[in-house]
Design a binder for this molecule. Sequence first.
Ligand SMILES: [Zn+2]
Length: 441
Amino acid sequence: MAQHPMPPQRPNNYHNRQNSMNAQSSASPITRAPHGHHFQPLPNSAFLPLPGYRAPMMVNPNPTRLGLHLVGLRDPMKRLVKQGPDGNDIETDLFTYLDAFIVHPTVVDVDQPIYKWNFSLGDELQKFPHIAHGKETQFSVWTFRPGCRTIRLRCIRLPGNPDTVTEQTWSTAPTFWPSVFYISVNGKELYVRRKVHNGKDLPLDITEHLHAGENNVRLDIILGQDECKTSKFVFGVEAMEVAEFDQILNLIKSVPAADSRAAIKKRLSPITDDDDDDLAVVTDNLTIDLVDPFMARIFDVPARSLHCNHHECFDRDTFIRTRNSTSGQTPMVDNWRCPICKGDARPQFLVVDQFLAEIHAELTRTNRLDGIRAIQIKVDGTWTFKYDTDEISPGPDHPFSAKRKAEDSLGPVAMRPRNDVFNDRRSPAVRTQEHTVIELD
Ligand SMILES: [Zn+2]
C-alpha cells in the first residue's frame, strides 16, 4: 500500500460541506460523492463503500480495520534502550514530555490560508532516535535512548477568539485537526491520523522528514465557516524530550516547608479586594487531603505542579511511573496533566512540597500512616489528622453539620476553598475527633 487512496486531511466531504451545514468532518476519507448526485458504482467496486457512506464514529475504533488504507501512517516499532553496565544496550522504560517549541504556537487567522515556517536544526539532529526503515510492509524501527528528541506538529482548538495561547493551555489541550488542510515538511506532503480511525486526533511526528540546516513547514488551510465561528485553531511544532526515570527526578524542585506554610496562611487571610467584599469568608482551618489519587493511600513523596492552585499532592514516583513508555508499537505516552486539577504538570514544573513531606515523616515516625485521609490545619498553627474511620462516626459536632449550621445562619455564601492558617508551632499530633466550626465573617 504505497499510495493512500485519499489523504486524510483532503476535503473528502468538502463538497458535502458546501451543501449541508450538518456535514460532519469525520466522514470517511473515501466518501467522495457530492451530496445530491448519483454516481454509478464502478464495475469492480465490491471493496469500495457506497456513495454517501460515512464511517461511523465508534467508541473504541479499530484502526486496523477502519483505517487500513492509512496503514502507512501507523506508528513505528519502538525500541527503548539505555546503556547497561557492560556497555550493551538494555531495554528500559522511558518518558517523554514537551520541552520546547520549534515553531511557537500560532493562532490561525481565518483570512490567511497559507502559513510557512522556517527553522534551522544543528546539533538537534544528533539527538533524533535512530530510524531503521522496514522493508516493504515491515515496520520501521525507531531506537530511543535517554536524551533523545523527536519533533512533532500539533494543532489544538481554542474556544472564543484568542490571539495567543499560553504554554500551559497548549500542553494540556488535546490535538484537534481542522477538517481540511494540507501539511508539507521540506516539500513532502504528510498526512495526519484522525479521530474517526484512531479514537482521537493524533499528533504528527515529523522527525524523520527533517534535516540539518534550514527546514520548512508549510500549512495550507481551508476553514469552513462553521469551523471558525466560535473557536480558533492553533498550530505549533514541538520538541519532545525523552528521558529516563532518574532524569525526570532531577528536574523536580522543592517548595520549602516555610513557603508552603506561608501559602496556606495567605489562603486563610481575609480577602481585602473590594470586589470580593461580600464574598469574603474567613475560616479558621484548612483541610488538605493526603490520599494519592492513584494509590488510594497517603503519598510517599508529595508532589504537585507549580501551576496547581491546590495544596493537595499526589505521589511523585507513582505519577511519573504511570507516564512510562515501553518498547513496542504503542505510541509514546505524553500525558503530564495533574491528576487533581488537570493542569500542566510536566516534569520541569513538578515540585515536592516539603511541608507535606514533614507531615509524612511525622506520621511515619509515630506510626500513624494507616488509614490517614487528611490533615486539618487550624489558624493557631495546630493540626489535626483525619482518618478514614472519622466518617463513620458522625457526632453532633460533625464538621458538615457544623458547617451547615454556620451557612444556614447567614444564608448562602460563596465559600473560599477549604481553609486554614498554619504557623510553625506544632501541637502534639494526637489522633482526635476534634472538629472545627467554620466561622463566617
Ligand atoms: Zn493540580
